[in-house]
Design a protein around this ligand. Structure first.
Ligand SMILES: C=CC1=C(C)c2cc3[nH]c(cc4nc(cc5[nH]c(cc1n2)c(C)c5CCC(=O)O)C(CCC(=O)O)=C4C)c(C)c3C=C
Ligand SMILES: [Fe+2]
Ligand SMILES: [Fe+2]
Length: 357
């Protein structure tokens, strides 16, 4: 008899309606992976920031066609259904079911863990919808999962250099270039969600993974395009990693460039792609005189992305180790202490190549 395989998709979650915006933000800012302060301070800060931020953010959620909330759950359900169908084909002897585990709104990680437990899975594979590993996203979901689920699971930590994933990005970029009227001179901005600089200094490998992916993408688009990485969605007064996407757009627009802007750390459409990249930054580009501004679509259910996830799951199932990256074992160079893989040991006299790119 085949196995019952549960694939748990980790994502951030988003409010279902306008009324959910403030409690959703409160959940987010209460997370110690996001605000690194002791409990009473964190809860107070979460209450203050969420009530101050909610009115402005609510207006942005209302701009999307999602009943005043986020389209993220709907988009994640489409990816989940496509992955389930792909895995049913690849693992015909087994019963595979995908479960969605959101970190800050329904269906919460705890709800997903209870569902998996009730279903009676023989194998559990944790698969983040965050291609790059960060302690603030995948790391936080892993902590929540391990608290909620009683049993063994296998983890896919990250897949930023997986072949199908990289070529799906290039495919979406070339689609957008066609839509833009195939301009000869192009400024391709690869935009990722930013992080506070302190998180990176504490060893989080996210920025390293984003920038190494960007180099791979840059190597596959026309050689005369100008490609750069930038970081969006800054929140709060702390110093965040840069350059800031908005500043890059203003700089390039001042030179009259044709901008293609692609999300490289988000795999679905939501407030950060539809409103921030799609509307707010478009206004910045227009104000500064860009020749054109075209948003590259998120991967969504691109067949290459579904193949990436299906491949990672089947490989995770066939491994002895409980955790894998797209390179099999540890992907991050030593020094990135936030990487969930143990550091590689340097054997006497043997030089180990840490960087799998
Ligand atoms: C790569 C993915 C993400 C990282 C890294 C990340 C870090 C991070 N985020 C905040 C604060 C907010 N993020 C918000 C929305 C949001 N963030 C991500 C992904 C990453 N966040 C997604 C997919 C979304 C969209 C959710 C949706 O509703 O569809 C928000 C809410 C929106 C807003 O208020 O602007 C906040 C707040 C911090 C502080 C942080 C790292 C420390
Ligand atoms: Fe975020
Ligand atoms: Fe890593």
């Amino acid at each position: 008899m085949g196995r019952r395989i549960a694939v748990v998709l980790f994502n951030l979650g988003g409010p279902d309606t306008g009324d959910d915006v403030q409690p959703f933000l409160k959940n987010l800012f209460r997370d110690p992976a996001i605000i690194r302060a002791p409990l009473p301070i964190r809860w107070l800060v979460a209450r203050i920031i969420s009530s101050r931020r909610a009115p402005m953010v609510k207006q942005n959620y209302a701009l999307m066609d999602a009943g005043g909330g986020s389209p993220l759950l709907g988009e994640t359900k489409k990816q989940s259904a496509a992955l389930e169908a792909e895995l049913a084909m690849r693992l015909p002897g087994d019963e595979v079911r995908c479960f969605i585990a959101m970190r800050y709104w329904h269906p919460f990680t705890e709800e997903a863990a209870a569902e998996v437990q009730k279903w009676g899975a023989d194998e559990v594979v944790l698969l983040p919808l965050y291609p790059q590993f960060s302690t603030t996203t995948t790391g936080s979901s892993l902590t929540a999962w391990n608290k909620a689920y009683k049993g063994q699971s296998r983890t896919v930590c990250c897949y930023p250099f997986e072949e199908n994933f990289v070529s799906a990005h290039v495919d979406r970029i070339m689609e957008a270039w066609e839509r833009a009227g195939r301009p000869d001179q192009v400024n391709l901005l690869l935009s990722a969600h930013g992080l506070p600089e302190s998180v990176i200094k504490a060893g989080d490998p996210y920025q390293w993974q984003c920038e190494a992916l960007a180099e791979m993408v840059a190597g596959r688009v026309p050689a005369h395009w100008e490609v750069s990485v930038c970081y969006q969605s800054r929140v709060g007064p702390m110093k965040w990693i840069g350059p800031a996407t908005e500043e890059e757009i203003a700089r390039i627009s001042d030179q009259g460039g044709n901008i293609l802007i692609a999300p490289i750390a988000f795999v679905s459409e939501h407030i950060e792609t539809l409103v921030e990249l799609g509307e707010e930054y478009r206004l910045v580009a227009e104000k500064h005189g860009a020749a054109s501004y075209t948003r590259v679509e998120a991967l969504g259910t691109h067949p290459g992305f579904i193949a990436t996830m299906a491949g990672e799951v089947t490989q995770a199932l066939s491994m002895k180790a409980a955790i894998r990256s797209c390179a099999g074992d540890r992907l991050c160079p030593s020094g990135w202490s936030g990487c969930p893989h143990a550091e590689r040991k340097q054997k006497a006299g043997v030089r180990i190549t840490e960087n799998a790119v």
